[in-house]
Design a protein around this ligand. Structure first.
Ligand code: COA
Ligand code: AMP
Length: 631
């Protein structure tokens, strides 16, 4: 039995003992009464009765333990030409005073606040300040349009919005304030105030009586202490794409989250206090929550906050420059970032310019890591390249090569073995467990380990229906795949309407809801098609209402604009075509899977339930006219 096998077995055989031990890595005001409350499945609660504060564990305790002068955050923004270092002591001052400012605006334990911020340290300060006073934050990714922000405002009902005047996105400067104002105009719920951080790159116009200047608030505020919270109190809501236009508000608690992230920093990423760690993502995504902000800070590491892109800011050497300049030990990013670097610098000309001798490991997740990119990266950087698989819902990896426990042999195409805590099975549609090598739904036996979602915000029923009822006793990951004879997991893709565009999780259902609103569209379908750079990109097809004479090419352009305006540029919804009809089953269900196979050049069987098989040729001809399947 390997070391990893022993750790894994203990985690699934004796989960309470296992996580009770992991909980010792944190500071508690009071220990929990019980490690796991299983009295109301599928609503499991970790560490009930425990009292703690996530912000205390991420900052105060490190200052108390002598890490005050260690850098906590390195902010690196190539386009604004800024590098700023914030020590743990400085971070404590900034967070506690901002928390005091939030309290002076009436924000208190249990209230919600929406954070709409670019990749600047103030985003982390805002999150940690909410955590400090027990307010529940909900960070919204800056690439979402005003309408999407409005949907989240209505659902989260924030007392405050915390934002900045704008962002640097690639080489562009984007103003956030008009977007936030528009979202508040569109939403039925009206937040009480908007706290805004003015940046030099773009100045926002402030509305007297509503907008509060960040710096003025801080200047007038006193530091706030950490509020003692129950481990089971909510820390944050993070909206993620589901199968409809209404995103799911994943709710995470304080205790389980902090325990799992602290444990994962060492076990999965081999990071110790004092190491320099970089997660090149965005605070708007779960990776940003777990591994730009909370994980590394709870561990006492130094986290890099990078406001740039892998290419173009200024070139394909950007990542190597950051790694070498800040002595980064390990990097976590999405495979798409490496595909972008590979495209621009296939021979590693930029790579060779930098000394990355301190660099030990590259971690990739968020979408499938194609073996080509894996081999290219491994051959060039000559350190382990570790694929790992997880989801917004889980908050940390479901399957990984847990290098901090033991580096297992890597099999390209597989994120290695289930992580400790995840008892994974492959089941068929009837819930019957399948043998090694057979493809089916990937499910995890309940209870899930700490750090996973505890429910969906204000939607317990949806939580049960979406994740817990298809296969009773198991969490349905919505991913399909198989486990081989050595226990290695292979994730083959989503079983639902979620797609991954450049590592960004999006719902084709949400896009369909938008374009179905066009007055000339009778019906439509959006599906994910393979893309060499972004992994997947959406493709739309629409049928015109009878009697419409408008040029379909004009309508197609309007549809592209509608998705951009209502969902956001990040959807990359650029390809859409008119078809005479859509393939359907006799009961009227659109055959999206069949169309996706045609677009991706994948073999498929025409379903026996198809209404009219001749339509398959029509769709194939239309798609081939658009260049599908793409090379
Ligand atoms: N705020 C506002 N707009 C944003 C945005 C943000 N935070 N992020 C992306 N967008 C916009 C882009 O500006 C672009 O707009 P455009 O259509 O006007 O040009 C659009 O959304 C699509 O962006 P993106 O998918 O990022 O494409 P790109 O061509 O600009 O860059 C990559 C391609 C691969 C370089 C980029 O996607 C990347 O760095 N990916 C890494 C992804 C990642 O870290 N994911 C995190 C999950 S782990
Ligand atoms: P998100 O919630 O944005 O993190 O997206 C989660 C989804 O991304 C998963 O359900 C998978 O479909 C996909 N995903 C994440 N990591 C991987 C990976 N390493 N391999 C394959 N798919 C992945």
């Amino acid at each position: 039995m390997t070391n990893f096998d022993a750790v894994f077995s203990r985690s699934v055989d004796k989960p309470e003992e296992f996580w009770a031990e992991a909980a010792k890595g944190l500071d508690w005001y009071k220990e929990c009464d019980k490690v796991l409350d299983s009295s109301n499945p599928p609503f499991y609660r970790w560490f009930p009765g425990g009292k703690m504060n996530t912000c205390y564990n991420a900052i105060d305790r490190h200052v108390k333990n002598g890490r005050g002068s260690q850098v906590a955050i390195i902010y690196d923004s190539p386009v604004t030409n800024t590098i700023k270092k914030i020590t743990y002591k400085e971070l404590l001052e900034k967070v506690s005073v901002f928390a005091g400012g939030l309290q002076s605006l009436g924000l208190k334990k249990g209230d919600t606040a929406i954070i709409y911020m670019p990749m600047i340290p103030e985003a982390a300060i805002a999150m940690l300040a909410c955590a400090r006073i027990g307010a529940i934050h909900s960070v919204v990714f800056g690439g979402f349009a005003a309408n999407e922000l409005a949907v989240r405002i209505d659902h989260a009902e924030p007392k405050l919005i915390i934002t900045a005047s704008g962002a640097v996105e690639g080489k562009k400067v984007l103003a956030y304030k008009p977007l936030v104002d528009k979202a508040i105009e569109l939403s039925a719920h009206k937040p009480g105030k908007c706290v805004l951080f003015q940046r030099d790159i773009v100045k926002a116009e402030m509305k007297a009586g509503f907008d509060v200047d960040w710096n003025e608030l801080v200047a007038a505020s006193k530091p706030a202490d950490c509020v003692q919270l129950d481990a089971t109190d909510p820390l944050y809501i993070l909206y993620t794409s589901g199968t409809t236009g209404m995103p799911k508000g994943v709710l995470r608690d304080n205790g389980g989250h902090a325990v799992a992230l602290h444990w994962s920093m060492k076990a999965i990423y081999n990071i110790d206090a004092g190491d320099v760690w970089w997660s090149a993502s965005d605070v708007g995504w779960v990776v940003g929550h777990s591994y730009i902000v909370y994980g590394p800070l709870i561990k006492g590491a130094t986290t890099v906050f990078y406001e740039g892109k892998p290419v173009g800011t200024p070139d394909a050497g950007a990542f190597w420059r950051v790694i070498s300049e800040h002595g980064v030990k390990s990097l976590f990013t999405a495979p798409t970032a490496f595909r972008a670097i590979k495209k621009e610098d296939p021979n590693g000309v930029f790579f060779k310019k930098y000394d990355i001798s301190k660099f030990e490991c590259l971690y990739l997740a968020g979408e499938r890591l194609d073996p080509d990119t894996y081999h290219w990266a491994t051959n060039m950087i000559k350190v382990p390249v570790i694929d790992h698989w997880w989801q917004t819902e889980t908050g940390w990896a479901i399957a990984a090569n847990c290098r901090g426990i033991e580096l297992l042999p890597i099999k390209p195409g597989s994120p290695t073995r289930p992580c400790p805590g995840y008892n994974l099975k492959i089941v068929n549609n009837e819930g019957v467990e399948l043998p090694a090598g057979s493809e089916g739904s990937i499910v995890a036996k309940l209870p899930l380990p700490p750090g996973n979602l505890v429910t969906l915000w204000k939607a317990d029923d949806r939580f049960v229906k979406a994740y817990m009822s298809t296969f009773p006793g198991y969490y349905d990951t919505s991913d399909g795949g198989y486990i081989d004879a050595d226990g290695y997991v292979y994730v083959m893709g989503r079983m639902d309407d979620v797609i991954n565009v450049a590592g960004h999780r999006l719902s084709t259902g949400a896009m369909e809801e938008i374009i179905a609103n066009h007055p000339d569209v009778a019906e439509c379908a959006v599906l994910g098609t393979n893309d060499n750079l972004k992994g997947e990109v959406p493709l739309g097809m629409f049928v015109l209402k009878a009697g419409v004479t408008k040029d379909p090419a004009v309508i197609a352009k309007e549809l592209v604009q509608m998705v951009r305006d209502q969902l956001g540029a990040v959807a990359c919804f650029r390809e859409v075509t008119n078809v005479v009809r859509l393939p359907k089953t006799r009961s009227g269900k659109i055959l999206r899977g069949t169309m996706r196979s045609i677009a991706n050049g994948k073999e498929f069987k025409v379903p026996s339930t198809i209404d009219d098989p001749t339509i398959i040729d029509e769709i194939t001809t239309t798609l081939s006219g658009m260049g599908f399947p793409k090379k």
